[in-house]
Write a protein that binds this ligand. Structure first.
Ligand SMILES: [Fe+2]
Length: 274
């Protein structure tokens, strides 16, 4: 869907008239500081991957991201962050014996986390999946079972797929196989952890609303109000309803509290007022 269509959809959905939206002053500096920089995690600290592994995965992901002109909100920083979080979660779960994976199994999950968004409708999923399966098989020597795990995970771990499965009464991750569920849980948790980031959400909303033909104060209002609404109504629900592993929950707790402060600062930016 085009950005223009997204915009029209929001206007209709919330009965918004851009010319009647009250104009808000730009957010003060202290609130802007709360956004923080959207920094990638220290990429060389991703667990279970060597430097050559990371360089290879970086080249693969970057090629796909550039080809499909994907914004920073789902760009290489997100790939790094999700792989980083997946590595931390797995290491913690191995220490506490919640999983008994080998280094190779752990490595496969981290690679899957790195590439999880490269197999998505926005990236031309059908084309990518066979290319990516081939690439990881050739590069890392994974067998058929591993490649199948990769494919199942990237096509079933997303928040939207989980919600769809829940509402239709299917298994949440499309499977009852224990290992497949564990892979999905860990990669999904890592993905959700990167959503506790107002600046990333802001980058996304700027992409949606930034180029529409409306006065800056209207765009500003739409960006911040939609951003606040998504963070409050969706991301703030992750901890209670979507995060699966104890390890991810520990990481999410302080992020959740920081996000609650952020949402509070933006309480005047409320789409539901209109
Ligand atoms: Fe993602």
């Amino acid at each position: 869907m085009s950005k223009e269509n997204d915009y029209r959809k929001y206007l209709t959905q919330y009965n918004l008239n851009p010319h009647k939206i009250r104009t808000q002053p730009p957010p003060p500096d202290d609130i802007l500081r709360l956004l923080g920089p959207y920094e990638r995690q220290a990429v060389w600290n991703i667990q279970y991957l060597s430097r050559p592994d990371i360089i290879f995965l970086n080249d693969v992901a970057n090629a796909i991201i550039r080809k499909h002109n994907i914004g920073r909100d789902h760009g290489i920083e997100h790939a790094h962050n999700v792989a980083y979080f997946a590595g931390i979660i797995i290491r913690q779960m191995r220490i506490t014996h919640q999983i008994d994976w080998s280094d190779e199994q752990s490595k496969l999950a981290v690679i899957t986390a790195f590439l999880h968004d490269c197999v998505d409708e926005k990236f031309g999923a059908e084309v990518n999946i066979s290319t990516l399966k081939q690439a990881i098989q050739n590069k890392f020597g994974f067998g058929d079972r591993e490649v199948k795990l990769f494919e199942h995970t990237v096509t079933n771990m997303s928040y939207s797929k989980r919600r769809k499965n829940r509402s239709s009464g299917r298994p949440e991750f499309g499977t009852t196989d224990n290992t497949e569920v564990q892979y999905c849980q860990i990669v999904s948790d890592a993905d959700l952890l990167d959503a506790y980031n107002p600046e990333r959400a802001n980058v996304y909303q700027q992409g949606v609303f930034g180029k529409i033909d409306e006065p800056p104060e209207v765009i500003n209002y739409l960006v911040y109000s939609w951003n606040r609404t998504i963070l409050e109504k969706r991301v703030m629900m992750y901890l209670e309803h979507f995060i699966c592993t104890d390890a991810a929950r520990q990481i999410a707790l302080p992020l959740h509290d920081a996000l609650a402060d952020y949402v509070q600062h933006f309480q005047d930016y409320d789409l539901m007022d209109y």
